[in-house]
Design a protein around this ligand. Structure first.
Ligand SMILES: NC(=O)C1=CN([C@@H]2O[C@H](COP(=O)(O)OP(=O)(O)OC[C@H]3O[C@@H](n4cnc5c(N)ncnc54)[C@H](OP(=O)(O)O)[C@@H]3O)[C@@H](O)[C@H]2O)C=CC1
Ligand SMILES: CC(=O)N[C@@H](CCC(=O)OP(=O)(O)O)C(=O)O
Length: 321
């Protein structure tokens, strides 16, 4: 049987390189690569985009939109890693753990948008709790986060490693302070929140790894809910999921936990934590993952496998889970 063909447009970039590394030894797909000398040649890119079964776009938003505009072959399916189409009608959101029905939507879709890195953890934490009615859709949510510098793409990587300048280069930089970060619409929509969260990301001098923090003042919720109930709902929701692990409930006084954002680097795993202080009726939800793993390239391969019906033993080798 003919193997499905896959072209990574933007293969030389941060996300593209990682997807390629995860796919290059696979024997169940045929990777179609562009001649490096022609990687920005529009005609050649258009030819390849229309020649393959799935094109994975690892381009900045404007170029990703333009690439979709080049499609002429109705058989070519698109998996877009950029943030151009995440809340666009007609596109399926490529977060298989969103609901039990989402994998099937991804399997059937022609146009799939890979989630943003920060929203992956936020949606994974909030959506099941809103669906279960434990958190209200009207929640006044705040999200703080820290990312490894690879999240800023080639230019930030080069600046952090001493080869250029970038406004976020430094040991630790808080940003998004205008409160309009591009990830807020997808966090809001797929968490089923009525109001956009206040989202304040930061970047540190480490290459990969991410933590999302969502503080919950339990006493301020319209109905009484404990941290243990939030934790139990997450455990229930993700039971049997291969790439999401709900960690044991951490109750105030037990010990002094510390989280390393880099602990899951190189994997497609997402860990979810609930910390609680019952006396103060406070909970802290945390997600930990690799921004280039479950936050980008690992998620893209997971989606590709769903789109091509290739979920199986192949994926285990390259996800390191
Ligand atoms: N980094 C991350 O953690 C994540 C990134 N993403 C998304 O993935 C997309 C790519 O980001 P990222 O990999 O970080 O960015 P990079 O800047 O590392 O990569 C972008 C690539 O596109 C290439 N490129 C530029 N112009 C053209 C062109 N005209 N035709 C073809 N290729 C071109 C660049 O080449 P050159 O460098 O030579 O200009 C570069 O190789 C973005 O939309 C980003 O939002 C998604 C999730 C996480
Ligand atoms: C550290 C850093 O700059 N991070 C990027 C987001 C990372 C990312 O790649 O997000 P997308 O998936 O939407 O592209 C930012 O805040 O814009």
């Amino acid at each position: 049987m003919k193997k499905p063909t896959v072209f990574i447009d933007g293969e030389a970039g941060t996300t593209g390189l990682q997807i390629r590394a995860r796919l290059q030894h696979r024997s169940d797909i045929e990777l179609v690569s562009i001649d490096p000398a022609k990687r920005k040649d529009e005609d050649e890119r258009k030819r390849l985009l229309n020649a393959v079964d799935v094109a994975i776009l690892c381009l900045h938003d404007d170029l990703a939109k333009a690439a979709v505009g080049m499609l002429e072959n109705p058989e070519t399916r698109i998996l877009d890693a950029s943030s151009a189409h995440r809340v666009t009608e007609g596109w399926v959101y490529g977060f298989p753990e969103l609901t039990p029905a989402q994998p099937e939507h991804i399997r059937r879709a022609r146009l799939v948008s890979n989630p943003g890195c920060y929203p992956t953890g936020v949606i994974a934490l909030l959506r099941p709790l809103v669906d279960a009615g434990l958190l209200p859709a009207g929640l006044a949510a705040s999200v703080n986060a820290v990312s490894g510098y690879s999240g800023g793409g080639r230019q930030l990587i080069e600046a952090m490693e001493g080869r250029g300048e970038h406004r976020l280069a430094g040991d630790y930089r808080a940003y998004g302070l205008e409160l309009t970060h591009k990830h807020i619409p997808e966090m809001t929509l797929y968490s089923r929140l009525e109001h956009p969260p206040i989202f304040t990301p930061a970047v540190g001098r480490f290459r990969q790894g991410m933590l999302d923090f969502i503080p919950i003042h339990l006493w301020a919720l319209p109905q009484k809910v404990s941290g243990a109930e939030l934790h139990e709902a997450l455990v229930e929701r993700y039971r049997g999921q291969r790439f999401v692990r709900v960690m044991p409930l951490e109750t105030y006084g037990a010990h002094h936990p510390v989280l390393d954002p880099q602990a899951l680097n190189g994997t497609n795993m997402l860990e979810l934590f609930v910390f609680e202080n019952p006396a103060r009726e406070q909970a802290l939800l945390v997600a930990r993952f690799d921004n280039l793993g479950k936050g980008a390239s690992g998620a893209a391969v997971q989606n590709l496998d769903l789109m091509l019906g290739l979920e199986g033993p192949y994926t285990y080798e390259y996800f390191g889970d």
